[in-house]
Design a protein. Sequence first.
Length: 124
Amino acid sequence: MGFAVAATTALAIVPELIQYGKVERGSLGIGVAPRLIELAGLPTSRQAVTNVSTRAAEAGVRAGDVILTIEGTIADERADLYDHLGRDSIGQPINLELLRDEEVVTVTLTATALEPARGAEMRK
């Protein structure tokens, strides 16, 4: 069985693998999916919130919110979110600018360590 990893991904995670022996990512406690919306009269794709954990809901995130920016950077792809959720984000406040019912809302969530998927542990 073979696996392929993009070169940019490999370059980003190899130092972390060497230093820590594993890759850790932060989590905001939300699930997202692409959604076509209209901004400034033009159609564009953004990530819409589909699932909200209790802690994300307490921070003010709602299902249906559309993510405009993360830490001031436009977030039109899921990868834009992942780029901000590396090991260094864990325990840090993360600002999201959201579009909700044609109104822009800003929320701050604290990233927590993303739990590995069941069965995802490396076996020797």
